[in-house]
Design a protein around this ligand. Structure first.
Ligand code: 6PG
Length: 272
């Protein structure tokens, strides 16, 4: 299985990079990527529910995970996973009502959550309809109530996507939130005029047990090359700041997204 380091990039194959391992798996197209992600989630959910009686899952927004959600909401997954023991959270949300076309909650509900049997109290929605500051405060309170008196919550599974500018969740390049070291939830600078965002912060993502980043499409090829390229002498993108201290970071790329990846970058191609 291919591996790659996190933190400051010193070029391909350098001791620093080899020392800290990541995993890159590539797939011919989004369908295979989504099915692999569903299988990984299934295995992790079963293991977590057996060990602790629950599975804490943070969903990503955007369009990439949509196919994964459709798969999870259909046979066999919709009955294979103990959804009653799964608690659903969001890594970020747009500050819009839950029925708004831009709502990450709405996308997950329509493609997935409405198709499975899960107690309503297990769905921990970010209240995008409230003011950003109020919604961030309330979500932080909800997380602290669920995870208890800890420095940062340890999620079992946190799905992420990647923006073409290297953002993850709603942590954008140049944002002051990238330096946040205490808050769990923050309201973010708008990416689109008029739509503010809510986002979990880097220390929360870096506390997770399993962090799959799903990246699909040729429009992501350039940012993937920059993130994994040998040329990056320093951390230039929020996505490069994701390195779970005690967890696993898994890059799931389809071939179009991986098409500019340096051939020397180790990866696994299960379908080839
Ligand atoms: C969001 C996501 C965001 C997304 C990337 C990629 O709320 O939009 O959290 O971080 O993952 O922007 O979006 P696509 O999957 O649509 O390319």
């Amino acid at each position: 299985m291919g591996t790659f380091g996190s933190g400051c990039f010193h070029g391909i194959g350098s001791p620093e990079v080899e020392r800290l391992k990541k995993e890159i798996i590539t797939f011919p197209e989004r369908e295979a990527l989504s099915r692999k992600a569903a299988d990984i989630l299934l295995a992790e959910a079963k293991k977590s529910v057996e060990n602790s009686g629950k599975f804490t899952l943070a969903l990503s927004g955007g369009s990439t995970p949509k196919r994964l959600y459709e798969i999870l909401g259909s046979s066999p997954y919709r009955k294979a996973i103990p959804w009653g023991s799964v608690h659903f959270f969001w890594g970020d949300e747009r500050c819009v009502p839950p029925d708004h076309p831009e709502s990450n909650y709405r996308m997950a509900w329509e493609t997935f959550l409405s198709k499975i049997v899960v107690p309503r109290e297990n769905i921990h929605r970010m209240t995008g309809e409230k003011t950003p500051a109020q919604a961030a405060l309330e979500y932080e309170k909800e997380l602290r109530g669920f995870f208890g008196n800890v420095s940062f919550p340890v999620f079992d599974f946190m799905l992420l996507g990647l923006g073409s500018d290297g953002h993850i969740a709603s942590l954008f390049p140049g944002s002051s939130l990238l330096q946040e070291t205490r808050q769990w939830v923050a309201s973010a600078q708008v990416e689109k005029p008029g739509i503010s965002r809510l986002t979990l912060t880097l220390p929360v993502f870096n506390s997770a047990k399993m962090l799959p980043v799903l990246v699909s499409g040729k429009e992501k090829a350039q940012i993937i090359r920059e993130i994994f390229g040998g040329s990056a002498e320093k951390i230039a993108f929020p996505a490069q700041m994701i390195h779970p201290e005690n967890g696993k970071l898994l890059w799931l790329l389809d071939d179009p997204a991986a098409s500019l990846l340096d051939a020397r970058v180790n990866r696994d191609n299960p379908k080839k």
